[in-house]
Design a protein around this ligand. Structure first.
Ligand code: ATP
Ligand code: MG
Length: 362
């Protein structure tokens, strides 16, 4: 595996940054890299890829096309993935030739719910009561011993609330199991929470690190709808959360950025939900709400440039445009305080994230 360079990677012609995945996160990483003077090279399968319009070069290939991946890795000095379900084999192959940020271990841990919960618990986080479910017998036993409503989630490949079903004591567990594809799952207790929050930590390859202000998140049908930030927490709770986050990232060996989704319960305690080792939707407000956005900071961490805590410049609200968005932008375009980011996806589908609006609220 290539060691991360201790010499900063400055924006020179030969220092091209690699991006895996062509979605909106890839697009916004490429724009930040370009603003900082770096050329970018995108690797992704052919498709409706918004990032393609803003990168310097593109390789279309499958995640297991090892010849193309080797060629790509020869062209880039540092690479990151916007795609959370990137196979770890792909990242391991790239790591022979270039610096991969975050590394494959971090992505693998984020891809398997039972693994991320175990590592969170080892780092001092509370998690909802949960059970690993390998078959219907496990499901019946776990749901009896839990004795309350739960959420059954596939152990891997879930996103935007996909791959999960709520169950209660009346549910037909055989049908639920089949509906999720009869694959390994986790069963979690349903928590009553005051609000959902997320924290973002980052560490550059020069070993400097920092946090963004915390975000407060509102979901609809399992999809993030709105973020308000910065969220106010008591100093003691925030400091403790930061310590646990740093411990988790030490255990993962993280370089790059990571978001952790959390529940704040009515008694003020914080419970771990999941991690995402990439830019996160709940930090899109940082595009306007901070001098350095999450995308700018990711680029700095990939290049070994020093980083520190990022401060907010006011209170911000981020609203996702999900599915049909035309009416919303007709209305909000009358007001220049709504800052529109439309991703440029060709196909609008219900539940698909098409763009977002940032607005300063004080
Ligand atoms: P995404 O990729 O959008 O973050 P996901 O599909 O990986 O989501 P989760 O984050 O696990 O799934 O769940 C989506 C949402 O469902 C959470 O943000 C929360 O609103 C709700 N949820 C998940 N687990 C629980 C729980 N144990 N108790 C209560 N609500 C939950
Ligand atoms: Mg989530």
């Amino acid at each position: 595996m290539i060691n991360h360079s201790t010499i900063p990677i400055l924006p020179k012609k030969e220092n091209i940054l690699g991006i895996l995945g062509g979605g909106q996160l890839g697009k916004m990483i490429a724009i930040a890299a370009s603003n900082a003077g770096y050329k970018t090279h995108l690797y992704c399968p052919k498709g409706d890829n918004p990032a393609e319009t803003v990168v310097s070069s593109i390789t279309h290939g499958a995640w297991d096309d090892f010849d193309k991946l080797v060629e790509f890795s020869n062209n880039v000095i540092s690479v990151t993935s916007e795609f959370e379900n990137i196979p770890s084999k792909t990242l391991e192959l790239l790591a022979n030739k270039t610096s991969v940020i975050p590394n494959s271990k971090v992505f693998r841990s984020a891809q398997i719910r039972s693994k991320e919960k175990e590592i969170a618990e080892r780092s001092g986080f509370k998690t909802p009561q949960w059970f690993l479910i390998k078959n219907t017998d496990d499901l019946i036993t776990a749901s009896k011993s839990m004795n309350k409503d739960g959420i059954l989630k596939t152990n891997s490949l879930g996103y935007d609330g996909k791959g999960q079903v709520r169950i209660n004591q009346q549910s037909n567990l055989f049908e639920t199991w089949e509906a999720l594809g009869s694959v390994e799952c986790v069963l979690e207790e349903i928590l009553e929470f005051k609000r959902e929050i997320s924290i973002m930590y980052f560490k550059s390859t020069d070993n400097t690190d920092g946090f963004f202000p915390i975000s407060e998140n509102y979901h609809e049908n399992g999809i993030l709808k709105k973020t308000i930030a910065p969220a106010v927490l008591s100093m003691e709770i925030e400091n403790n959360l930061k310590l646990q986050t740093k411990k988790l990232c030490e255990n993962l060996g993280l370089y790059g950025i990571i978001a952790i989704e959390l529940f704040e319960l009515f008694d003020g305690s914080i419970v771990f939900n999941e991690i995402a080792p990439r830019p996160h939707n709940s930090f899109h407000w940082t595009l306007n709400g901070c001098d350095n956005s999450q995308f700018d900071i990711l680029v700095r961490t990939m290049c070994g440039l020093p980083v520190k805590d990022v401060k907010p410049n006011g209170k911000w609200e981020m609203t996702n445009l999900i599915g049909q968005y035309e009416d919303i932008i007709t209305e909000t375009s009358k007001d220049q305080d709504y800052l529109l980011y439309l991703y440029g996806k060709e196909q609008t589908k219900p539940g698909r994230k098409m763009g977002h609006l940032n607005k300063r609220i004080n």
